[in-house]
Design a protein around this ligand. Structure first.
Ligand code: PLP
Ligand code: COI
Length: 356
């Protein structure tokens, strides 16, 4: 295992590519900063991480992650504040969730402080890549995959951990339309839904494509057993304001990703005096609340998605129009408040940001 103080090798690029970036047209996840971090695991131990020029990674055709899917990832962001400081949001939480995913997928864990330090060092080096415009940030993608060159089913002995970063704007450029899915399943109890495992996203592509063909951005997944309870969306957790209460599916089952944005919304909402219910949420309860006008807000919460207003919900052959965005006092205020913490315009009384 790595030590508390971690030695990171640095192999810096000769010339930055930053002048080639078209900051006015920044597609999400397609522009990559100058450097990446790579750390190998072998013989039961992590080796010294190395920051190197961003580039391709050669792989053996029998690389086991490609065949058997031992692959996990994280997503977090760094922000440039009005004060010029760079802040990373809740990196320790991503580190912990990464290790929970690793455990479930039979992969080696990385000590939280080492994970965070790898991020800190990489952002420090590529700090010019953190955009300075409102609504933009540097998306950070840590991930790990199995690298044994082997045909056969068993946990790999070797792994690669990498981090790269991308300057990004909004993931959803407009309010989101979601469809309640009643046939396909994202995650079954006892499965890997709680882990941020690559395969979860692969298996959701086809059902999401069917919904996209009908004009929806994403699915609203329901539980795999009865399809009567709402779980989450493809890239975000889902939250409702019903009768003035903040309601969101609980994490008691292992089918939902334990979202850090959602957790942050809950902590702030409690501080603001809102009643919060984390529990199973029935589909028909939500639909009835829309019909009765008791549902006043509905939004997704995620690192890439941020606070994403949901404007329409499709259910069977019906489309439910949700309240106008400008009436959504809670989520608009929350979105502003969280942004202000991230850019240093609001006091970070929760201790959620790490300055780089
Ligand atoms: N649910 C899924 C399936 C996701 O991919 C994400 C994004 O990471 C989330 C929820 C939201 O999690 P977080 O707020 O930690 O980004
Ligand atoms: C994130 O919000 O970080 C995600 O992982 C969602 C998506 C880009 C896969």
């Amino acid at each position: 295992m790595l030590q508390d103080t971690i030695n990171i090798k640095i192999n810096q690029i000769e010339e930055s590519r930053i002048n080639q970036v078209d900051w006015d047209n920044l597609p999400f996840g397609k522009v990559f900063s100058d450097h990446m971090l790579v750390m190998d695991y072998d013989n039961g131990a992590w080796k010294t991480p190395e920051i190197m020029p961003f580039g391709t990674v050669p792989f053996h055709p029998a690389t086991s992650a490609i065949h058997y899917g031992q692959s996990i990832f994280e997503g977090l962001k760094a922000f440039r504040g009005a004060d010029g400081e760079i802040r990373v949001f809740r990196a320790d939480m991503n580190a912990k969730r990464f290790n929970e995913s690793a455990k479930r997928m039979c992969m080696p864990e990385i000590p939280v402080e080492n994970f965070v330090e790898c991020i800190r060092k990489l952002i420090e080096l590529d700090r010019n890549w953190v955009p300075d415009r409102e609504g933009y940030s540097l998306y950070i993608r840590p991930f790990m995959y199995a690298t044994d060159e082997f045909v056969g089913i068993r946990p790999s002995d070797k792994y690669k951990f990498l981090i790269f970063t991308c300057p990004v704007g909004a993931y959803y450029a407009e309010p989101v339309k979601v469809k309640i899915e009643e046939y396909y399943t994202r995650a079954a109890e006892g499965g890997v839904g709680r882990a941020k495992a690559a395969g979860n996203y692969a298996s959701s592509l086809y059902p999401a494509k069917l919904a996209q063909e009908k004009g929806f951005h994403q699915l609203l997944w329901t539980d795999g057993k009865t399809h009567e309870y709402i779980e989450e969306s493809g890239t975000m957790n889902v939250m409702f304001l019903i009768d003035g209460k903040l309601i969101t599916p609980g994490e008691e089952n292992d089918t939902i990703l334990r979202g850090i944005t959602k957790r942050s919304v809950i902590e702030v909402a409690k501080k603001w005096g809102y009643e919060v219910e984390e529990r199973r949420v029935r589909v028909d309860e939500v639909l009835q609340a829309i019909r009765d006008g008791r549902l006043t807000e509905c939004f997704g919460a995620g690192t890439a998605a941020t606070i994403a207003h949901i404007e329409k919900i499709g259910y069977r052959d019906e489309i439910f129009d949700l309240p106008a965005l400008e009436t959504r006092e809670f989520s608009n205020r929350m979105s502003r408040y969280l942004t202000d913490i991230k850019i240093g315009a609001e006091t970070d009384s929760f201790g959620w940001t790490m300055k780089v």
